[in-house]
Design a protein around this ligand. Structure first.
Ligand code: ZN
Length: 213
C-alpha cells in the first residue's frame, strides 16, 4: 500500500534555484509558481524590500515575466504575513535575507509547505552569498543554472562586476554594472586564493613536481 495522497500533498519541501545574474533564476521561480497556480494551490511570493529595480510589489525577471510579490524587510516578516491556506511559498532574491531565513524556511517546510527559493549563490568576488550555503545544504532539491559568458559564450556561473570601486557586496544594478562570466573570464582571485597558490607552488618545488598533501 502506498502512502495516502493527502500526505503527499501536505509534505513540505525545500527547493533552491541558484546561479549568477542573467541565468534565468527568477524565470524558473515564476514557472514553478505558475504551474502551482494552475493546480489551484495557494501561493505566496516574497522578496526582500532592498531589491527595488523594477517594481514595488512584483517579482519581475529580466525577460519581463512577472507575478505579484510581497516585499518584506526581514525574514521573520514572511511568517507574520503567511496565510493559513498557503501551500507554496516562493522567495526571490533570497541571498539578500538575514541569516534567520534558514530557520524560517525550515519552519515553513515543517508546516507542510513547499518552499521555492531563488538567489545568487556567489557575490561579485565569487564568495558565498549570505545565507545561500546553508540553504543549499538543507534543500531537498537544488538547481544550479548558468548564464552565457559575455566574453566567450561558454556557460557562465559567475557574476562579474564591471566597476569594482564600490566594495559593497550589494550593489543593485543591471547590465550597466554586471556581466555573466565563465570561470576563465571571471578572473577575480582573493588574497586567500593567492596564498593557497603560493603554498601549492612551494610544495611542488620542495617535492620536484610531486604534490603531496
Ligand atoms: Zn568565458
Amino acid at each position: 500500500m502506498g502512502s495516502h495522497p493527502s500526505n503527499q500533498f501536505f509534505s513540505g519541501n525545500i527547493e533552491v534555484v541558484c546561479g549568477p545574474m542573467f541565468s534565468g533564476k527568477t524565470e524558473e521561480l515564476i514557472r514553478r509558481v505558475r504551474r502551482a497556480q494552475i493546480a489551484r494551490q495557494k501561493v505566496q511570493i516574497f522578496k526582500p524590500a532592498i531589491d527595488d529595480r523594477y517594481h514595488e510589489s512584483n517579482v519581475v525577471s529580466h525577460s519581463s515575466l512577472e507575478v505579484e510579490a510581497t516585499p518584506v524587510k526581514s525574514s521573520i516578516d514572511i511568517l507574520k504575513k503567511l496565510y493559513d491556506t498557503t501551500r507554496i511559498v516562493a522567495i526571490d532574491e533570497v541571498q539578500f535575507f538575514d541569516e534567520n531565513i534558514v530557520t524560517v524556511v525550515r519552519k515553513l517546510a515543517r508546516r507542510g509547505i513547499r518552499v521555492i527559493c531563488a538567489g545568487l549563490d556567489q557575490d561579485y568576488r565569487g564568495a558565498a552569498f549570505g545565507p545561500m550555503p546553508e540553504l543549499l545544504c538543507i534543500a531537498d532539491l537544488v538547481n544550479k543554472v548558468s548564464a552565457i559568458c559575455t566574453v566567450c559564450g561558454s556557460p557562465a556561473t559567475k557574476t562579474f562586476r564591471k566597476n569594482t570601486n564600490d566594495e559593497n557586496q550589494v550593489l543593485v544594478g543591471e547590465t550597466d554594472v554586471y556581466e555573466a562570466r565563465c570561470r576563465t573570464h571571471f578572473d577575480h582571485y582573493s588574497e586567500v586564493e593567492e596564498d593557497l597558490l603560493a603554498y601549492t607552488v612551494s610544495i611542488r618545488n620542495d617535492d620536484q613536481g610531486e604534490l603531496k598533501l
